[in-house]
Design a protein around this ligand. Structure first.
Ligand code: C5P
Length: 232
């Protein structure tokens, strides 16, 4: 059986600033999107049959030209993303083949430097029978819930909290059902959340600090450093 990868890359990256959409910003001379795609391909256990990349509307042609040399044997589909991340994933999911896929990975272009081992752990867990899998790392800050006035409501026990990353892996039928029901969910920030709403148990596997999401300008410096370390 095979894996399909959806890459939501349609965010404008307003918090990052700059001219280009975030996924097209360069680190080490290559775009975040190329780094993300290369990482997925390097995870040989992933056995990728296709990539479906959701991009800012109007940039489809530019992104296809950019990614074509890196897709290898995998089919490459480019779709226009939507207003929210969930909309972008839903558009992309429509192009994932209905047959012959046992795992769909959803991977943020902005988590461009996730180690191969993390991707393989996610795929392995889905193939071992977990319907929804997310990489996770411990939370190091104390996290508080606050109200609209900024006043603290409570403090969840930190030992029970994790920060989740991508790629998240799913049994394909579950991901389709989750997105079919997800229209009513506003503000979903990942796909596992849509599965949780269906009452499905989501499994965590060990993530990595290198799988951080490039969000703010200083994150580009960290990304440059990680890349330099890997190349040295
Ligand atoms: O906005 P955030 O940083 O959570 O975005 C996570 C990922 O989702 C990024 O790779 C971004 O390009 C993507 N995204 C998208 N469509 C949107 C918003 C974000 O594909 N409308």
């Amino acid at each position: 059986m095979s894996t399909a990868a959806i890459i939501p890359a349609a965010g404008l990256g307003l918090r990052l600033g700059g001219e280009a959409p975030k996924a097209l910003r360069e680190v080490g001379g290559e775009s975040l999107l190329v780094h993300a795609l290369r990482g997925l391909r390097a995870a040989t256990a992933a056995d990728l049959v296709c990539f479906v990349v959701a991009v800012p509307p109007g940039s489809e042609h530019v992104v296809r030209t950019l990614l074509d040399p890196y897709a290898g044997d995998s089919a490459l589909h480019i779709v226009a993303g939507g207003a929210e991340r969930t909309d972008s994933v839903r558009h992309a999911l429509e192009l994932v083949p209905a047959e012959g896929i046992d795992c769909v990975l959803v991977h943020d272009a902005a988590r461009s430097f996730v180690p191969v081992a993390v991707i393989e752990r996610v795929v392995d867990a889905v193939r071992a029978g977990a319907p929804a899998v997310v990489p996770a790392i411990p939370v190091t800050d104390t996290v508080k819930r606050v109200d609209a006035r900024g006043q603290v409501v409570d403090t969840p026990d930190r030992s029970t909290l994790v920060a989740v990353q991508t790629p998240q892996g799913f049994e394909p039928g579950l991901l389709r059902r989750a997105h079919a029901c997800g229209g009513a969910v506003t503000g979903a920030t990942d796909d596992a959340m849509l599965c949780e709403r269906l009452g499905v148990t989501v499994q965590t596997v060990e993530g990595s600090e290198d799988a951080f999401k490039v969000t703010r300008p200083r994150d580009l410096l960290l990304a440059e450093w990680i890349l330099a370390e890997r190349r040295s």
